[in-house]
Design a protein around this ligand. Structure first.
Ligand SMILES: [Fe+2]
Length: 202
């Protein structure tokens, strides 16, 4: 498992996202891949046509993809002392694991510009299978009000220009602060992404 790095911590603080080239060893990743595949038939569609400011005050956008709950492998990794301590060191505070899921994208699926729900103070995204998957963060929209962000989403149809394209590492993870506006442009090939959310105790 990836260990703490001051450089990455500084990057996360400055840009609200960071890429970890390695996070899980090959054996764990293998288990996760198998579980991700085996839960695909259980996944339900998530489709949102109208963007909104959600209950937690964060912006939800247009979306179309599939989602499943975690199985025991993802759950165990998410709740492992090692990963929780790693995220805690990155954020400089005590954190706890809040939610985890598998996201599935078919060609043509997407999630427009949004913020993660507030239980995802920090989100780790692991691309379980090789292949380029689009992911764009928008640090230039960091700190804007939810109302303003919603305007941007509505005007752009969920996909504003600009932002920074982030490349998923092969065996690692993208870490983002959940408040950072980000989007998943139209998928060109199928993808399975494991999502692991954490939140500080205060
Ligand atoms: Fe997200």
């Amino acid at each position: 498992m990836q260990y703490f790095s001051e450089n990455r911590k500084a990057q996360l603080e400055a840009q609200h996202y960071a890429v970890f080239e390695t996070l899980l060893d090959d054996e764990l990743l293998g288990y996760l891949r198998r579980e991700g595949q085996s839960r695909r038939p259980l996944a339900v569609v998530r489709k949102r046509l109208v963007p909104k400011i959600g209950d937690t005050g964060r912006v939800a956008s247009h979306a179309q993809h599939f989602l499943s709950s975690p199985g025991p492998v993802l759950q165990e990794i998410h709740e492992s002392e090692e990963l929780v301590a790693f995220v805690g060191a990155l954020l400089g505070k005590v954190v706890f694991p809040t939610r985890a899921s598998y996201l599935y994208y078919e060609p043509g699926d997407y999630v427009g510009l949004h913020q993660d729900v507030s239980s995802c103070e920090l989100t780790l995204l692991v691309n379980l299978f090789a292949g380029k998957q689009p992911f764009t963060v928008h640090p230039e929209l960091s700190g804007v009000t939810a109302e303003r962000l919603l305007e941007v989403v509505v005007k752009s149809g969920g996909f504003p220009e600009g932002g920074v394209d982030v490349v998923y590492p092969e065996n690692g993870a993208i870490a983002i602060m959940g408040e950072l506006p980000h989007q998943r442009p139209l998928a060109e090939q199928p993808a399975t992404i494991a999502v692991l959310c954490f939140k500080g105790l205060w």
